[in-house]
Design a protein around this ligand. Sequence first.
Ligand code: COI
Length: 335
Amino acid sequence: MKIYLYGIREDEKEYLRQWDAAHPDVEIDYTHEIFTEETAELAEGSDGVVMVQTQPYSRAALEKLHDFGISKISVRNVGLDGFDFQDLRDFDFSLTYVPVYSPNAIAEHTTSLILRLLRRVPEFDKKFANADFRWFPTIGEEIHGKTVGIIGTGHIGSVVARIMAAFGAKVIAYDIAPNPALENLGIYVDTLDELLEQSDIITIHTPLAKKDIHMIDADAFAKMKDGVIFINCARGGLVDTDALIKALDSGKVGGAALDVLESENDVFQKKFDKIEDVKDPQFQALINRDNVIITPHTAFYTTTAVHNMIFDSLNDNQRMLEGKAPKYPVDISVE
Ligand code: COI
C-alpha cells in the first residue's frame, strides 16, 4: 500500500518519519509541491493521497488522480473550502479531514490577538523600538468585564468561549447549530444581529460555506458597537475586507486582528524583500495601522497541531485503503 503526500514542509518531516517508522507495511512518499494539475502525476502508482493547501483543489488535478485509479483523499487540516464537492462526487472520491488537530492552537492564538489589541502591543513595540518607554497615551483595556461575541461554537469556538469566560468576560455566542456541550452556559443569543449589536469583541470561528461568503459585510459592521474589536482566525472569505477597511477608517472598528485574508494566497507563505513589495491593495490598506494585526495564517501552527495533522490524516487514509471506516469522514453529499 502506498500513500503519497503533497505540500510537505520541513516542520512536518519529523512527524512523517515517526509515522513511517511505526507503519512498515505502508510505503509513503512525498513532495514539497502542493497539489495541482502539474503535480497530480507525482501520485501515479499510489493508492491514496494526503494533502493540505490554502489554494483551491482543481478539478483537472482531481480528474488526473481519478484516472490513476486513486479514490481516497485525506486532507490534513480542518477547512474544506478549497474543494468543490461536486468534483469529488463526479470522480467518486472518499474524503477525510482532521477536524480536531488542536482547537487550543487556534483558540490560544485568538486570545493572544485579543490581548495584543487591547493592550496596544503594536504601539508599545513601536515606541520601544524608538527608546520611548513612556506610558501615556497608550493606555489599554481589559478582557475582564467585556462582552465577547463568538460566531461559531464548534471545536475552536467552544475553547475560545471557555478561555474568555475564565478571563471574566461576558461571553455570548451565535451558531446555526448550538453546541450541546455549551448550552448549559446560557451564552447563546438567537440571532447574529444580537451578537453584533451587544459585543465589545467579536471573534469568528465558522467554516467558509458558499452561503457564508462575506457573512461580515458593511451591514454587519454597521450593526456593531462603535470601537468594536474584530478578530478573524477562520477564513478570509467570511469578511468583506473592503467593508472592514472602511469600518476601520470610520472608527466603527477600533481594532482588528486577522490571521486570514481574502487574498492571502498571493501573500502568505511567500518571502518578500520588504512589506512595500506586497502588491495586494487590501493588505497594504490594512498593514500600516496601529490598531491592525495581521498574522500569516499561523493560528494553527503549533507542534501539537502539526503532529496531529500528519498522524490523523495518514491513519485515516490507511483505514480507507484497508476498507475500514475512517475516523473523520467528510460527507461530500452535502455542500
Ligand atoms: C485549517 O486547518 O483549515 C487551516 O486553516 C490550517 C491550514 C494549514 C490550512
